[in-house]
Design a protein around this ligand. Structure first.
Ligand code: LLP
Length: 434
């Protein structure tokens, strides 16, 4: 992987020795390559050029880091958000509202009002009751909301079922069969301005077929709608392009977009894409320290100082991430499960990993952890979130400090109600808790 490579046996991120970062910042820590992020964006943008209107709306859910997003904003990127919190963050970071699209099956009235007031480019609507609520809210605000309906094209994808969203029976979007009457109704609503159509098939998709199949279903629909005078000008084809987790070649942005070029052109629409993983996934690594090597039931366990609270993907999807030592050494290799300190048997980062027998205190890097890693982290088991570091050339800087124990308790309160429950032992309770 360019951006992360070995120099005389030491793993570097660009021109920075990761061992230096680990020594100074401590472990676990996420380290991101600014150049890889930038290259990924520029590659995608170039691949998008032959298409009409192309707008990249980065899916913040992949990694909403302020510093990383600032880089994307400076490159002209837009944002795909799915909550009021993400919308707030996107606006604060400086994504222009006219480049923000807002999806999500469960938008609250408050979130809808926020999005309309912010004047986002597009609200991607996922159900009829949501359409009604958006209409009512826009009318109350004396305006019209620009919307796309999200269609579920009912296509199969080769991805994990938990991250497939465009297949039959999924909670996302409206069924193809409902779409025509839904649009006919939408244009009759005075708080609604129809401007687009949206679909998103899923994530970590590595073949073009689902996209081609989806467009084959959706484009005739767009043509029909336009024929009826319903102004569909923007086709938002979502995200989903996968990355290589095992080092093998995979679908490139050029191949992905080339496969859709025909369909998009025939739709007569400008295109929006919502990539997340492909922009940040390969730009990040999670550096961790080996705490113990133990043997149980003829199995080796490498116990490290990070776990499912920092990186949930292996536990949740059995996702595979390569694990590389920070220093390459000649040592007999062992087969081991790499596990974290969390009190759950699902707390593993790798199973059956073949690795040169590490020494205690040795550092490892869990690769391709720029996307859906820190953004899905938690404080489970009372563990502060790791520090995050950005590398550019031979320099690096902390972009999020490690959480502290205080941070983890900062929002908690002990109101009098607690004392009421403690009745009979109020003193101890007051002394202990306040
Ligand atoms: N647009 C919408 C409406 C989405 O729901 C998503 C991802 C994206 C765009 C971006 O998809 P991407 O280009 O990153 O594949 N936590 C899972 C992935 C969940 C993806 C959810 N939606 C994982 O760790 O693999």
């Amino acid at each position: 992987m360019a951006g992360f490579d070995y120099r005389q046996g030491s793993l570097f991120c660009e021109d920075v020795d990761l061992a230096t970062v680990a020594a100074e910042v401590g472990t676990p820590c996420y380290v991101y390559s600014g150049s890889l992020l930038r290259e990924a964006y520029e590659q995608l943008q170039k691949a998008l050029e032959p298409l009409p209107g192309g707008l990249i709306c980065y899916a913040l859910k992949a990694n909403a880091s302020l510093a990383l997003c600032k880089i994307l904003v400076s490159l002209g990127c837009g944002a795909d958000v799915v909550s009021g919190g993400e919308l707030y963050r996107a606006l604060k970071i400086g994504f222009p509202a006219e480049r923000i699209v807002f999806a999500g099956v469960g938008k609250t009235e408050q979130e809808i009002r926020f999005a309309i007031n912010a004047n986002v480019r597009l609200l991607n609507i996922e159900s009829m009751p949501e359409l009604e609520l958006v209409d009512r809210t826009a009318q109350k605000l004396g305006t019209k909301a620009r919307i796309a309906l999200r269609v579920n094209p009912g296509v199969k994808t080769d991805t994990h079922p938990y991250v497939a969203t465009g297949s039959k029976g999924s909670k996302f979007g409206l069924d193809l069969a409902e779409i025509l009457p839904a649009y006919q109704h939408a244009v009759s609503l005075s708080g609604i301005q129809v401007t687009g159509l949206h679909f998103h098939l899923g994530s970590q998709i590595t073949s073009t077929e689902p996209y081609v199949e989806a467009l084959a279903k959706v484009v005739p629909l767009v043509q029909k709608l336009r024929g009826q005078g319903i102004p569909i000008d923007e086709l938002d084809v979502g995200g989903g392009l996968g990355i290589s987790y095992d080092g093998e070649e995979t679908l490139t942005p050029e191949q992905w977009l080339a496969a859709m070029r025909d369909g998009i052109r025939r739709s007569g629409c400008k295109v929006i894409i919502e990539p997340g993983r492909v922009l940040v996934g390969s730009a990040g690594t999670l550096v961790t320290k080996v705490l113990y090597l133990k043997n149980a039931g003829a199995k080796n366990f490498l116990v490290v100082d990070t776990g499912m609270n920092d990186l949930l993907r292996p536990s949740l999807y059995r996702a595979y991430h390569q694990i590389w030592p920070l220093r390459r050494r000649k040592a007999p290799s062992i087969l081991a499960d790499v596990v974290g300190p969390i009190c759950e048997s699902a707390d593993f980062l790798a199973q059956g990993l073949e690795i040169a027998r590490p020494r205690l205190g040795e550092m490892l890097a869990v690769m391709n952890t720029g996307a859906y890693a820190i953004s899905m982290s938690s404080n489970y088991n009372g563990r502060p979130r790791p520090a995050e570091v950005l590398v550019s050339g031979d320099r690096y800087a902390v972009i999020k400090r490690r959480e502290t124990f205080e941070d983890m308790m900062a929002n908690e309160l002990v109101p009098d109600l607690v004392l009421e429950v403690c009745r009979g032992s109020e003193r101890a309770c007051r002394e202990d808790l306040t």
